[in-house]
Design a protein around this ligand. Structure first.
Ligand SMILES: [Zn+2]
Length: 187
């Protein structure tokens, strides 16, 4: 992997005072948000970009709620959020919007991805291991409902999985149920 790493910068935010560092992996630029004096076994959240949720406040998914929850928690517990630029479970923004258009016609999130020729989830997490090694982190407490994330992190000991429980609304109810029933997410 050819990965470029930025300097460390301070980032005061509404969720706490963070340090940030960017990692450029090919065309993708990821951001690591963390606190000073991190715990030896820090709480780690791996968040994949969701422009519609994170920036626009879309109610079709729970991404922004999860991101805000994670930032608040890592600020409090001295941990880290790894923000990965793999939009739309890594099918990209344009394909994601096409998948949304199919969902408007009644397909669920998994069926819509299949219609477009993608797997339900195309995300990968190799860069996470790289980033954790870069920071010298060997043991983590992983904040996730997604068993794929637990299984895909190699060379890192997950001493605890902390669930992330979000409120369901009328728009994201179907999406969250699909994640639970068809994609094996744990709640
Ligand atoms: Zn989302």
């Amino acid at each position: 992997m050819n990965i470029k790493i930025s300097e460390v910068a301070s980032l005061p935010s509404r969720f706490g005072n963070f340090k940030v560092k960017a990692f450029k992996e090919g065309e993708k630029e990821h951001l690591v948000i963390y606190t000073e004096n991190m715990e030896e076994v820090p709480v780690i959240r791996v968040h994949s970009e969701c422009l519609t949720g994170d920036a626009i406040g879309s109610l079709k998914c729970d991404c922004r709620d999860q991101l805000e929850y994670a930032l608040k928690l890592v600020s409090k517990t001295k941990g880290m959020v790894i923000y990965l630029r793999q939009e739309g479970r890594n099918i990209g923004l344009l394909n994601k919007i096409n998948a949304y258009a199919l969902q408007d016609k009644g397909f669920n999130t998994v069926e819509a991805n299949h219609q477009l020729g993608f797997d339900a989830d195309e995300r990968t997490y190799e860069i996470v291991t790289f980033i954790l090694h870069h920071f010298g982190i060997k043991k983590i407490r992983l904040l996730t409902n997604n068993p794929d994330k637990v299984n895909s992190l190699s060379d890192v000991e997950i001493v605890e999985r902390i669930p992330i429980i979000m409120e369901v609304n009328q728009y994201n109810k179907g999406y969250i149920n699909t994640k639970k029933n068809e994609m094996g997410h744990l709640f």
